[in-house]
Ligand binder design. Structure first.
Ligand SMILES: Cc1cc2nc3c(=O)[nH]c(=O)nc-3n(C[C@H](O)[C@H](O)[C@H](O)COP(=O)(O)OP(=O)(O)OC[C@H]3O[C@@H](n4cnc5c(N)ncnc54)[C@H](O)[C@@H]3O)c2cc1C
Length: 482
């Protein structure tokens, strides 16, 4: 027995989920297949979280065009779907004449891409707005359109709203084989066979492997890893915008940025890898990231470091986004979506929708589409611990009980996250939705409490709930001395 859908989307990262949400405006059944146990577990989970202004990607490329369009869509989307996003602006710093020339090139390129609020600033202007920056800077490119977003919260919001609008999401469903039939595709995933008239390949780092399943070999993914340092909430105090250095051949260089929750993010480096699941971190690479970041902000230290992590960019040998119907009718690529893919995601979704409309794969909008989603309740600003201490001791079942001390997350918030139509069976899924486990102790205190709630509310057994793999505490201690 085959389960039939009009459209099957493979991969529930920011690209797959934003496409699913966009297509859920139209009549037709949609299946979203994801191999992970949650959405947004690939590149969407570990990146800089910057909604780029759109000045950096070369004019005339899809990246250049779609980043600027995607950027303009974020404000409305964050209001409709309730995910954290703020336009805080950015500077690209120059430290010599050659770098100033690059600023000018970025400025010209940005104008061609349609970016509006660009300005070349003097050192004095920069330091008035950002007194923590290196006084040796000579000039900077300001972009008022740059924003910060919580990337996985955005993808979770797209996914939840898609499900609300009838999309069937199947987690733990790795696509292992695809067969082309005369008018449709048979997709083998999770011991089931699904058929779809249209297949959309949004499998990130694995888009080339999915393509090979139907005999398409016209591009290869060239994974490139990037490592980060994350400092605790509050550490971004005094920094008001995203700080980049002038880009090199390898990418945008090391940035220093506040996150939407007030942490400070430092990174990423860029290193080609053959391992698409590479999550390794090492002392010398992370130390070098800090040293490079100090060029922007000399006072940086890692005393409030809470974690380090790695993301892998799904770059392709085409050096641009691949968004097209392939040589096979009904097989659509959304592949090679490296940076600025997060920024461009809503525009990529519209581009895919336009292909679908032009080909008649979707036609009429449905009246029942709900554009808004109730956001998951969020913890408020942190209070002094003594003011909330008693709430930690409340008994289980009390909605006011503080489950997570560091981020002050209540049982009510966790219950809300567990009751939203996507089965949650990992501590990480709760962490990314509620912030329980995001604080200084990284889940040591709240982990068992969160696990208990998942088990209780979702009727799961202990061994059905995934716990996070332990981070290298020795490395963390060593880094904190820097
Ligand atoms: C270090 C780094 C920094 C970045 N910084 C930024 C930034 O600041 N701003 C910006 O705009 N962009 C940034 N990006 C780029 C951005 O993160 C990506 O463009 C975007 O996340 C790609 O989304 P995706 O959905 O294509 O891929 P993914 O998020 O990887 O999603 C693909 C999904 O497909 C699933 N999948 C794979 N194979 C299968 C299968 N066989 N069956 C079922 N499911 C499958 C995976 O599990 C995954 O969940 C950065 C990327 C990295 C790595």
């Amino acid at each position: 027995m085959y389960k039939r859908f009009d459209t099957i989307i493979i991969g529930a990262g920011i690209i797959g989920t934003s496409i699913a949400r966009e297509l859920s405006r139209y009549n037709g059944s949609i299946l979203l297949l994801e191999k992970g146990r949650d959405v947004a577990v690939g590149a969407t989970r570990a990146n800089s979280g910057i909604v780029h202004g759109g000045y950096a990607a070369k004019w005339g490329t899809r990246k250049g065009e779609l980043a600027a369009i995607g950027n303009r869509m974020y404000q409305q989307l964050s209001e409709e779907l309730g995910f954290p996003y703020t336009r805080i602006g950015s500077y690209v710093l120059a430290f010599n004449d050659d770098e100033e020339m690059i600023l000018n090139q970025l400025y010209e390129n940005g104008l061609k891409n349609g970016v509006i609020s660009l300005d070349i600033c003097t050192k004095k202007e920069i330091l008035v707005k950002e007194p923590l920056l290196n006084p040796l800077t000579t000039a900077g490119l300001y972009c008022g359109e740059t924003g910060i977003v919580s990337p996985y919260e955005a993808a979770i919001a797209f996914a939840e709203n898609s499900v609300q609008n009838g999309v069937v999401l199947k987690l733990n469903h790795e696509v292992l084989r695809i067969e082309k039939a005369s008018e449709s595709y048979r997709v083998f995933a999770g011991n089931q066979i699904f058929t779809g008239s249209v297949v959309i390949n949004a499998a990130g780092l694995y888009t080339d492997r999915i393509s090979e399943m139907v005999g398409l070999t016209d591009f290869r993914i060239r994974p490139r890893k990037g490592e980060y340092l994350l400092l605790k909430r509050g550490a971004a105090k005094g920094l008001n915008s995203v700080i980049f250095q002038t880009p090199t051949q390898k990418g945008k260089g090391i940035l220093v940025s506040p996150t939407t929750w007030g942490n400070l993010l430092i990174g990423p480096n860029a290193e080609d890898t053959t391992d698409r699941a590479d999550s390794e971190n090492n002392y010398s690479a992370l130390k070098s990231i800090l040293e490079q970041a100090k060029l922007s902000m000399p006072s940086l230290t890692l005393s409030s470091l809470i974690r380090f992590f790695t993301g892998v960019r799904p770059a392709s040998d085409k050096d641009d986004f691949i968004i097209e119907e392939s040589a096979l009718s009904g097989f659509i690529q959304a592949a090679g979506i490296e940076s600025p893919g997060l920024t461009s995601a809503p525009a990529i979704a519209e581009r895919v929708r336009n292909i679908m409309l032009a080909k008649g794969y979707v036609e009429r909008k449905k009246n029942s589409f709900q554009k808004s989603r109730n956001p998951i309740t969020k913890p408020g600003p942190l209070k002094p611990f003594l003011a909330v201490k008693d709430l930690v001791e409340l008994p289980p079942g009390n909605p006011d009980r503080l489950v997570c001390r560091c981020e002050q997350v209540t049982e009510a918030i966790i219950t809300d996250a567990l009751n939203r139509g996507i089965l949650i069976d990992s501590l990480d899924a709760v962490k990314r939705r509620t912030r329980a486990g995001m604080g200084a102790c990284q889940g040591k205190f709240c982990g068992p409490r969160v696990k208990e709630l998942i088990r209780w509310k979702n009727s799961l057994k202990d061994d059905e709930i995934e716990e996070p793999s332990a981070k290298n505490q020795e490395l963390l201690k060593e880094l904190r001395k820097l």
